[in-house]
Design a protein around this ligand. Structure first.
Ligand SMILES: [Mg+2]
Ligand SMILES: [Zn+2]
Length: 173
């Protein structure tokens, strides 16, 4: 079977506007904090038209931490499910649980690669933090960092201003 190429997407800070708390980007905790970034639906469709699988890989420890109620989280997730992703992988664990899925570990990317027969060396992870770029490197795919004031010191294979610029970069690859 021919292997597929994929684009892995982080959620908070890439698909969804991050909420800054004490200067750190965090997930929205309530539905009135939740906002999908502009043009995400169209950009995902565009990337799909280039032949890539679109896979969300997101750390969501805030239910376990008690910052977000299951009810609010499910409401936000129902919005995510309206977007044209081919698959969604979610790690609900906290740092202390020692799971293999929480980024910067590559578990979710490796699991997706197995499930979908993905050629990781010709795939990309789009993220906004070092956990994303490190997970990409550990999985053997390239990272694209969406630049933000809080990630100036994060290293990635590529840096872009916005998700649309990431789509253009992917198109030319
Ligand atoms: Mg993020
Ligand atoms: Zn996990």
């Amino acid at each position: 079977m021919k292997k597929r190429r994929a684009i892995f997407f982080d959620r908070d800070g890439v698909i969804v506007t991050p909420i800054l708390r004490n200067g750190k980007p965090t997930a929205p905790w309530k539905r009135d904090e939740f906002q999908i970034k502009a043009d995400v639906h169209q950009i995902l469709s565009l990337i799909g038209s280039f032949g890539f699988l679109r896979i969300l890989v997101t750390n969501q420890p805030d239910i376990t931490h008690g910052h977000v109620s299951p009810r609010e989280w499910r409401w936000m997730q129902s919005c995510i499910e309206q977007l044209p992703f081919d698959d969604v992988f979610i790690c609900f664990h906290t740092n202390t649980e020692g799971c293999l899925c929480k980024k910067p570990k590559p578990g979710m990317l490796l699991e997706a690669a197995k499930k979908w027969h993905i050629d990781l060396s010709h795939s990309y992870m789009i993220g906004d933090t070092g956990a994303d770029t490190k997970a990409a490197a550990a999985a053997g795919c390239k990272s694209i960092l969406v630049e933000a004031p809080y990630n100036k010191r994060v290293k990635g294979n590529y840096k872009v201003k916005c998700l649309f610029d990431a789509a253009l970069l992917i198109q030319s690859s």
